[in-house]
Design a protein around this ligand. Structure first.
Ligand SMILES: [Zn+2]
Length: 289
């Protein structure tokens, strides 16, 4: 009786243990390692430039481009060539690309239409010259989720890095006075911009934080800076759509060399910096090989 009771107890404990492990594994597979609902891949903050992707002279060339000027670029990225770190003002820059070198996005946003989300992925892939962003059909397959925020905040959208994914705040967009083309282009620029943060690119509006242009209230043509259109002081170039700049492309090249799976991206910028990809009212054109 005593012996049988012990066997039964062991069997029951084993069932509980297997059930618990099953729950943990299911949680891991379904919810992702950090168990966050909107960001399923942990932000990677290694902050290092892989030395096998670019030669030293190529790295220097890329950082000359990203150094920019007063209202463009980011001087923090200079250290990618000098110290082979990928940092913003001494802090490692995060990305959520994951171990496979492809950013997988799932969208629940109604503010950004499915076509706009697909176009944003295509835009990045054309800029990179390789597939680096894909839109997945199931949330559990994603690294991050694009969705609309419910709370009233004074921002248009953001990359949260804290598990809340890419969030847009439709109520804060006061652009109904603009043409349909400019409205769509501005929204697409914001979407491309937030995906850029997920890829590990910081703001490119000048200075060590890339924030000079935003702080000065100046809109610029680099979509990783404060891109805007339709105003009296917005760049005339932006009336033709969201056209990538050499600064955007060089920053992507550096970001790719910092990923868990380092990749050589947008290297065409080293030889043909004037090439570009453009989004204009639902159409993407490109001069990138
Ligand atoms: Zn931003």
């Amino acid at each position: 009786m005593h012996r049988t009771g012990g066997i039964w107890l062991a069997a029951i404990l084993a069932v509980i243990l297997i059930g618990f492990l099953g729950y943990r594994v299911t949680n891991y597979v379904i919810k992702g390692p950090n168990q966050q609902y909107y960001q399923r891949t942990k932000a990677d903050r290694r902050g290092k430039i892989d030395r096998s992707i670019y030669s030293q002279s190529e790295l220097r060339q890329l950082t000359v481009l990203t150094h920019g000027n007063r209202y463009s670029g980011n001087t923090s990225l200079d250290t990618a060539a000098t110290q082979h770190v990928y940092q913003l003002n001494g802090h490692n820059l995060p990305n959520i690309v994951g171990a496979d070198g492809i950013l997988k996005l799932y969208s629940k946003s109604t503010f950004m239409t499915p076509a706009m989300v697909r176009d944003a992925a295509e835009y990045w892939n054309k800029l990179a010259g390789k597939q680096i962003v894909v839109i997945v059909n199931k949330q559990y397959q994603s690294d991050e989720v694009i969705h609309d925020g419910q709370h009233n905040q004074h921002v248009l959208g953001g990359q949260t890095y804290n598990g809340q994914g890419i969030k847009f705040y439709p109520a804060n967009w006061q652009i109904s006075h603009l043409s349909a083309k400019n409205q769509q282009n501005w929204k697409e620029a914001a979407l491309i911009h937030e995906i850029g943060h997920a890829l590990g690119i910081p703001h490119l509006g000048g200075g060590p934080l890339g924030s000079n242009a935003a702080n000065a209230g100046i809109a610029i043509t680099d979509f990783m800076g404060p891109w805007a259109v339709g105003g009296t002081h917005t760049p005339a170039q932006n009336e033709y759509g969201v056209r990538s700049t050499a600064v955007d492309a060089a920053a992507l090249a550096l970001a790719g060399a910092s990923w868990q799976k380092p990749r050589r991206l947008a290297s065409w910028v080293l030889t043909s910096p004037t090439r570009a990809v453009t989004y204009n009212h639902g159409r993407i054109t490109s001069t990138i090989p």
